[in-house]
Design a binder for this molecule. Sequence first.
Ligand code: NAD
Length: 307
Amino acid sequence: MKITIVGAGNVGGACASFIAAKDIVNKILLLDISKEKAMGKALDIWNSSQLLTNNTKVIGLGNNEYRKTKNSKICIITSGLIRNPGMTRDQLITKNAVIIKEVAKNLLKYSNKALFIIVSNPLDIMTYVAFKELNISRLKIFGMSGLLDTARYNSYIATALSCNPNNIQSMLIGEHGDTMMPLLRYTTISGIPIGELLSKSNLNFIIKKTKTTGGEILNLLKTSAWYAPGAAIANMVETIIKKSKNIITCSCYLTGEYGLNNVFLGVPVILGNNGIEKIIELQLNKEERKKMNTSSLKIKKMIAQFL
Ligand code: NAD
């Protein structure tokens, strides 16, 4: 079984190496407009195979080699520009849309049964752009967002409580951006409601930090994060390949769920070997529904304005 990752930048390279280390696919094709970059990273990752005890071949490809990606089980799109410090995710829209359309079209030509995971920002909009270009079932295309945002949220709760992040169960839905919505009433630590362990001001701090982590890392590194995003993509791929049917929050095309239509937003789903098996509709309260509507309106406005 093989998968393709387009974009051999920081995120594409990291997710290739995390997926390879899991030893769950035979071959990873890493494609970039810079063939040298794709080949260099592929070689470096393959060189680590014995050390990380896996047998995943990683091969670098250039932009004119899409035919070698034929029959990929999963296509992951990480190509595109990143935010410069001070630049919002939204300002990336027009330029990245052009790249996403071209890449999606090329991938579909050779892998028309593949599942598509979109990573490029602004995430919910780029997933929409790819979906419209691909014209495939909405169950076969989703954006990587909620898994990363939830992992960030959990890491800060673990810091505040000096506990293991793996003891935390939580739910974060909505936009991959400023209006993302951590749901405190779905957050527990080994079954204990978070409100019993942390004060309101601690929780507000954690929520704010979760929402601003992307920007914080951008300011520190002068580029986007890649370790945690790469790990989140690898977890999604593992869930799909191993048929473990984990419930994962990812950006999905909504057709009436949560009262919303024609928009991609982060919601919990059961992710199976053939894509989204079920979109889980949480019983949101009035305030939470209002926030989901706000996210949806924001995304739709951006699409109308810039695409
Ligand atoms: P990067 O600049 O390191 O890598 C991007 C790569 O895309 C480059 O190697 C570039 O050559 C390649 N590329 C550009 N146009 C291409 C094309 N037409 N065909 C093939 N390759 C092309 O950037 P990065 O840090 O890896 O981030 C990639 C994208 O992922 C950005 O849009 C970033 O904002 C986004 N991102 C999303 C999340 C998330 O949570 N969804 C997290 C981090 C980064």
